[in-house]
Design a protein around this ligand. Structure first.
Ligand code: SF4
Length: 382
């Protein structure tokens, strides 16, 4: 298949691996964070780490949209779903994310709530049109990739005069999360993860472009290479990061030129700017409260804002004490460092959010059997 098979070619992978081995300076370690869960999945699925020298370490970041939603927001969604005459629509992965006391949206649905899995925000618009006597709420989650379709849904609901449609908005922003990982005092207290560079997300960057990463490559002197989701994309990005570090550069480079430009998708950005504005702060699972890291619906579209329409009260609920998702999402721990990985916590019985979605680090490790990979400590107390 064009643009897929040639990026999974084993012969080329061996050549890139040899180039990485030649480029990596054996006198120093390299620690790279792949921000995006899609890259974590590709690294686990294709065994990319097995092809790297021992001094090149990959650290998994918080870029799994399902994983970063805090329990309080899921409890809010459960409360909404239990409201009489409400239909709650959301993506399938959200249904099994654990909330508090062993609940989740799937169990809430089994208990009688009208919760429907949709493939797109426009499915929720259709359901609202078909059920004029119900309140239809779209539980919107995700990074910059899924935000434009939510904006389109709100604009379409307005154009259609759908008075029974609203959005519970939980859209979050990638650059703010990366900046937070690099500078947050809370993370320093917990032991700052050593990072020499980032693999920038693929889908997110098709929307926002490469330009937004320039701030923290300059400010924090960390190189960023935006990469596609195929194994050769990831390996080439690792080689480019090593080359930058060896030559003391901290630049934004784009390996994924077949889809990402410097300025991204202007039309999608305009749609988002029309409907959404920055939130002052937002709670992330694992990262805590991160300033200006999420979006809310503008006042001009307040009729479609479920938080206003249903007066949703913020809830702050801690994670299950046994779960290490917070540390994994910060890159401070590896999935197998969680004591209940693969025993009490499995994809069939997830205790934390990182075991639910295929983009979650724990689910990727479980699915591809990466139980025994050796890894030196990546944290340094500061
Ligand atoms: S294995 Fe399960 S409980 Fe442990 S960190 Fe991962 S999701 Fe949380």
């Amino acid at each position: 298949m064009k643009y897929v098979d040639e990026f999974r070619d084993g012969t080329v992978a061996k050549k890139i691996a040899a180039n990485i081995a030649r480029a990596a300076d054996p006198r120093r370690p390299y620690h790279f964070m792949e921000f995006c869960g899609g890259h974590t999945h590709a690294i686990s699925r294709y065994g990319v780490t097995d092809l790297l020298p021992d001094n090149v370490h990959m650290i998994h970041g918080p870029g799994c949209p399902v994983c970063v939603l805090p329990i309080g927001r899921i409890e809010n969604a459960i409360q909404l779903a239990q409201t009489p005459d409400v239909i709650l629509c959301t993506y399938g992965d959200m249904l099994r994310v654990p909330a508090s006391h062993g609940t989740n949206l799937l169990k809430t649905k089994a208990g009688g709530a009208d919760i429907r899995m949709v493939y797109s925000s426009l499915d929720a618009i259709r359901i609202a049109g078909e059920n004029p006597h119900k309140e239809v709420i779209f539980l919107a989650i995700g990074f910059e990739t899924t935000t434009p379709p939510t904006a389109v849904a709100i604009l379409q609901a307005q154009a259609l005069g759908l008075a029974n449609f609203s959005v519970f908005c939980n859209h979050v922003l990638t650059p703010s999360a990366i900046s937070h990982i690099l500078q947050s005092p809370e993370i320093r207290e917990l032991g700052q993860v050593r990072l020499d560079g980032f693999i920038g997300p693929a889908h997110v960057s098709t929307v926002i472009g490469s330009q937004p990463y320039e701030y923290f490559s300059e400010e924090f002197q960390k190189p960023v290479v935006i990469a596609g989701f195929e194994p050769l994309d990831v390996m080439q990005a690792i080689l480019m990061l090593i080359q930058q570090i060896n030559t003391r550069r901290a630049e934004v480079e784009n390996e994924f030129t077949r889809a990402v430009s410097r300025h991204g998708n202007r039309k999608a950005q305009q749609l988002v700017a029309q409907v959404f504005e920055l939130r002052r702060t937002f709670e992330w699972r694992g990262l805590g409260w991160v300033p200006y890291s999420a979006l809310q619906i503008k006042a001009t579209f307040a009729d479609f804002d479920a938080e206003k329409r249903f007066k949703i009260a913020p809830l702050v609920i801690p994670d299950n004490k046994a779960c290490e998702c917070g540390a994994i999402l910060r890159g401070v721990k590896h999935p197998r460092e969680c004591k209940i990985f693969g025993t009490a916590c499995t994809p069939d019985n997830p205790i934390g959010s990182c075991m639910v979605s295929s983009e979650g680090a724990c689910a990727a490790y479980y699915r591809y059997g990466r139980f025994t990979e050796s890894r030196p400590p990546t944290t340094t107390q500061q």
